[in-house]
Design a protein around this ligand. Structure first.
Ligand SMILES: [Zn+2]
Length: 117
């Protein structure tokens, strides 16, 4: 496995909810998906369909038998990198400032990154 930096910066997360990222370490390395949640306080992110954990649920009214539910678990934000769908690679953000405002763009191809929430 390639050396990865494990610098924890709890309040500075390089990705936002809705960003498309690739998991770069851990059991789901190589998986790509959208960031569905950012837990800024803990420096963690939740990525769609990555780091799935099974949870046993107690019987309830809607599920009288109880059951096993698969759910995404948060992972360290350093485990993911922004993935640019234009140049098909992991990338970093750079900023472009225009009269209309500040945009986040891909450092490789200069494509504007979508800001969806
Ligand atoms: Zn790009």
């Amino acid at each position: 496995m390639a050396a990865t930096k494990h610098k924890v910066q709890p309040n500075k997360i390089h990705v936002k909810k809705g960003d498309y990222v690739m998991v770069i370490s851990g059991k789901d390395a190589g998986k790509k998906g959208k960031v569905i949640d950012v837990i800024r306080k803990k420096g963690r992110v939740v990525v769609e369909k990555a780091n799935m954990v099974k949870r046993h649920t107690k019987p309830s009214q809607s599920m009288p038998q109880g059951g096993i539910v698969s759910k995404e678990a948060p992972m360290a934000s350093s485990n993911v990198m922004l993935y640019c769908q234009e140049c098909k690679s992991v990338t970093r953000v750079s900023f472009k400032v225009t009269e209309e405002g500040k945009y986040r763009v891909c450092k490789h191809c200069g494509e504007t990154l979508p800001d969806k929430h």
